[in-house]
Ligand binder design. Structure first.
Ligand code: ATP
Ligand code: MG
Length: 180
């Protein structure tokens, strides 16, 4: 499994539809300060379901939508699509390519799609559970994350290890069935 493509439109500084292709290997993103490098990693977090505006370096979720410039009007919605190669079926779905789309309107309403089919945030979460991908996964190591892992409470560290060994799904299902 690897990140193949990211399509960003109306998200943060990406007003026009921008498609970024990644190869299987290491990709470096370089550019001047303020050119949008961190906005790319924000887009990845966001499409995977990030709910915290603060984590996305904003104060409210609407801040992710292109807010306009002196020459350009703000946009009404923002959209990000992430495409993963899934030839090795690491993601438990019978497709060799998996795409996830999230769209948000100024009203705050978010829509999610898995392979172009309307889905819930819960479906996106479940799809990536135990794969390391996702907002609670370890595929995105943000600034300060390593330190956090080293100094964090043992329970939080345990959550990370459980995600890595692949038992979060079962624990979540157990919790859900106990609630019913
Ligand atoms: P650095 O090298 O300093 O880390 P960077 O390349 O990571 O910079 P980003 O933080 O990704 O830069 O981009 C910041 C830019 O994105 C700023 O110019 C900011 O105005 C712009 N930006 C953020 N949110 C929006 C938005 N909603 N609409 C328009 N532009 C936005
Ligand atoms: Mg940055």
């Amino acid at each position: 499994m690897y990140l193949k493509r990211l399509e960003i439109q109306g998200f943060k500084s990406f007003a026009d539809k921008t498609s970024i292709d990644f190869e299987n290997g290491i990709t470096g993103v370089v550019g001047p300060n303020g050119s949008g490098k961190s906005n790319i990693s924000d887009a990845i977090r966001w499409v995977l379901g990030e709910q915290s505006a603060k984590t996305l370096r904003g104060s409210k979720m609407e801040d992710v939508i292109f807010s306009g410039t002196s020459k350009r009007r703000p946009l009404g919605f923002g959209e990000v699509t992430l495409v993963l190669d899934n030839k090795n079926k690491e993601i438990p779905i019978d497709f060799s390519e998996v795409s996830v789309t999230r769209r948000v309107f100024r009203s705050g309403e978010s829509e999610y799609y898995i392979n172009k089919t309307s889905s819930r945030l819960k479906d996106v979460r479940e799809l990536f559970m135990d794969t390391g991908v996702g907002t609670d996964g370890y595929s995105i190591i943000g600034q300060g994350k390593i330190e956090e892992i080293l100094s964090t409470k043992s329970d939080d560290r345990r959550n990370l290890i459980e995600e890595a060994v692949g038992i979060v799904k079962y624990k979540t299902r157990k919790k859900e069935s106990e609630r019913k």
